[in-house]
Structures are given as structure tokens and as C-alpha cells.
Design a protein around this ligand. Structure first.
Ligand code: PLP
Length: 388
């Protein structure tokens, strides 16, 4: 059976599993060896070469889910991003990147690129015209993030991919927030798709990992650089990631279902000034999101009205945890200004619209009614006279 014809849940469960020929066990065996027989002919297996049995097999699952030819698994999302950037950019090259972006990526570019002599431009917005205006003669890579962390802005994937193709530029996307269940950018012409697998792919807040998927040629180019940079993932964690990904579609669909209802609830609450969720008709790019996402995902952010202290609100939550990371099966909230985007200056945060009232909400798989009542009780306790 061709992999293209398999359903998403079947890919999650079975593609890339290692058959246990010896004992006929139901799940993939784990190969922890860091030393393999040297036969002088075959591939030289070594964990830093991304080619142990578990690494190679899990890469097949990720590639299949992203409709890609090949994939590599990394020790973190930042390892995936940095290895990918450094594979396609060298001294004198230029990167165009959108301004609404995960803080760690933005920080990596601003802090490290000058040391390598790589130039960059952050766009003014995330319309295709913003990307076009930022392109220079030496632009080699355009990187987008949609939906973006934490503002859930939407970038037109097809338009940016086409723009890059016509100019002979490589395009890449951070697909972490959507996950391959809700968005497959390669279908729209994007060259490289990366994930912080720490998030939805892992899904249980117990794995740090990353991945990049793309054509065989592009992945080979990344591999050539990555074996020197050394950001591969240990086989035990690769095995845990395989186990987690079996339920990826089930989890993400349940999270998405909850998120849609909670976004509506929040939008209608008088203590909430604004909800950023691509599945709401009030989102400025609702139609675009609908056209390029299979569904709208489990992430959103919202602004509390002035007069409610965001930290006090968070402390009143009983069920929803305050957490640095996201996309686990448990619901979490955090203040981007204090965490994911704390490395940016106040001016940089103001420029992209990350206010101190903004809360990022990663919706879990708990019962909707319990999540709703947790938020309602926390808001009622932090209520001020400024809203009814
Ligand atoms: N990309 C996005 C959208 C993220 O949210 C994060 C982490 O929060 C990363 C990349 C970096 O991933 P990691 O923490 O696994 O290095």
C-alpha cells in the first residue's frame, strides 16, 4: 500500500515502526547503541549522523505526515531551526523573516547572525507584499511562522512559497503551532517544514525535540551541516517521540475542538478585550486560515481588559496550569512578555503587539466544561469595577 493512501491516524500509528523480528513484540524495539559494526561498505551508523535505526524510522513517520520526501530529527526545536538556517545561509547571505515569530528564533537571528556575517530583515507585517519588499539581491531564505507564536497571525503560505520560487529563494516554515494534523505547507509549495517536536509531536510535556522535513536534496544539505553541529536526538527520546506520535491526530483534534469553543466563550466575556484565534470570524485572516489549514488548532492568545492584572488572573486558575511550554495534553497559560518573549526588549515587543495583558493559551484535552468554569471562576475573582 502506498503511504500517500494511508489515513492520518494510520500514519501516526504505523509508518516508521521497526518490526521486532526477534521477539515479535507489538512496538518498535529501541536501539540505544552508540557504536555499530564497521563493515566498510554499508552506512556508518552513529547517533550524531542521524542514522540509527530509531532515528531513521521515526524520520519516515514525520516525512509521511508532512507529505515530504525526507526528514531529520533534532535535539530541540531550536536545534532544528538553527541547523536549517546555517545549512542555507552563509557569510554575505540574507534572510527574510516575519516579525511575528517565536521569541527564541527572533533572538537567535538578532544575537547570532552578526557573528556569522549573515544579514537579515524582519518584515513589517506578514502580507506577501511585506516579504517582497524585504527581498534583496543576496536573499537566500524566507522563513515564515503561521499561525505565529503568540499572536496567531496568519501568513499566506502559497503566496510566500510562490514568491520565493519565482526569485529562486528557499522557503521554510515553523509549523509547530498547527502541527501536521492541521496544516501541510509542502502542499502549498514551501520547501522546508520545521517543528519544535517538544510541542504537539511530543504532546505530553516530557520530551525536548525538533524536526525538519523537505525534499531529499534539501534534507541532505541540512544533514551535511548538522553532522558537524551535532544537534541529533538521543535514541531513548526518539523512541518516546515515536510512542507519543501514535496519538498525535487524536490529541490535536480533541485540543482543536476544545479551543474553538473556548475561543468563542472568551470572545463573549466582558473581561476579555481581544481573542487571537484563526478559527474566529473576527480574526482578520479567518478566510485565509480556512483556506490553508485543515482545522484551526489548539493554540490561541487573548488580552485581558485594562484593570485586570494578568499575573493575578493566572494565579487564580486551579485546573489550567501556568507553564513555560505548550501543546501538551494539559491546558496551560502563560504571559509571553514574561516568558517566551522575555528576551526581546519592551520596544521590540511593542513593535509586534505583545502587550503585558496578553495571555497565551494552549488548550488541552480536558473536558470543555471544566476548562470553561476554571476560566470563569478565575476571571470573577480578579474582576475589577472596570467591567460588568
Ligand atoms: N518554534 C516555536 C513556534 C516554539 O513555540 C518553540 C518553543 O516554544 C520553538 C520553535 C523552539 O522549540 P524548542 O523549545 O523545542 O527548542
Amino acid at each position: 500500500m502506498s503511504k500517500k493512501k494511508l489515513g492520518t491516524n494510520t500514519i501516526c500509528t504505523h509508518v516508521g515502526e521497526i518490526k521486532d523480528e526477534q521477539f515479535k513484540g507489538a512496538i518498535s524495539p529501541i536501539y540505544l547503541s552508540t557504536s555499530y559494526e564497521f563493515d566498510n561498505v554499508d552506512i556508518k551508523r552513529y547517533p550524531r549522523y542521524f542514522n540509527t535505526p530509531n532515528q531513521e524510522h521515526l524520520a519516515k513517520k514525520i516525512a509521511a505526515l508532512e507529505h515530504a520526501e525526507d526528514a531529520l530529527i533534532f535535539a530541540s526545536g531550536m536545534a532544528a531551526i538553527s541547523h536549517m538556517f546555517l545549512a542555507f545561509l552563509q557569510k554575505g547571505d540574507h534572510l527574510v523573516v516575519q516579525n511575528t515569530l517565536y521569541g527564541g528564533t527572533s533572538n537567535f537571528i538578532r544575537e547570532q547572525f552578526p557573528k556569522y556575517g549573515i544579514e537579515y530583515t524582519f518584515t513589517d507585517g506578514c502580507h506577501v507584499s511585506d516579504f517582497e519588499a524585504a527581498i534583496q539581491a543576496n536573499t537566500k531564505l524566507i522563513h515564515i511562522e503561521t499561525p505565529s507564536n503568540p499572536l496567531l497571525t496568519i501568513t499566506d503560505i502559497k503566496a510566500v512559497a510562490n514568491l520565493a520560487k519565482t526569485k529562486g529563494i528557499i522557503s521554510s516554515i515553523d509549523n509547530t503551532f498547527a502541527s501536521p494534523i492541521n496544516q501541510n505547507p509542502i502542499d502549498f509549495g514551501i520547501d522546508l517544514v520545521m517543528h519544535s517536536a517538544t510541542k504537539y509531536l511530543g504532546g505530553h510535556s516530557d520530551i525536548l525535540a525538533g524536526a525538519v522535513a523537505g525534499s531529499k536534496d534539501h534534507i541532505k544539505r541540512i544533514w551535511n551541516v548538522s553532522i558537524s553541529l551535532g544537534g541529533s536526538l538521543s535514541d531513548f527520546t526518539v523512541w518516546m517521540l515515536e510512542r507519543s506520535m501514535k496519538t498525535l491526530a487524536l490529541r490535536v483534534r480533541a485540543q482543536t475542538k476544545n479551543a474553538k469553543k473556548l475561543a468563542e466563550f472568551l470572545e463573549n466575556h466582558s473581561a476579555i478585550a481581544k481573542v487571537n484565534y484563526p478559527g474566529l470570524k473576527s480574526h482578520p485572516d479567518y478566510k485565509l486560515a480556512k483556506s490553508q489549514m485543515h482545522d484551526f488548532g489548539g493554540m490561541m492568545s487573548f488580552e485581558l481588559v485594562e484593570g485586570i492584572d494578568a499575573m493575578t488572573f493566572q494565579k487564580q486558575l486551579h485546573l489550567i496550569k501556568s507553564s513555560m511550554s505548550l501543546a501538551g495534553i494539559e491546558s496551560t497559560m502563560l504571559l509571553p512578555s514574561e516568558t517566551s518573549h522575555a528576551l526581546l526588549t519592551q520596544d521590540q515587543r511593542d513593535a509586534v503587539g505583545i502587550s503585558n495583558q496578553l495571555i497565551r493559551f494552549s488548550v488541552g484535552i480536558e473536558s470543555f466544561k471544566d476548562l470553561k468554569s476554571d476560566i470563569a471562576q478565575a476571571l470573577s475573582k480578579t474582576k475589577t469595577t472596570s467591567f460588568a
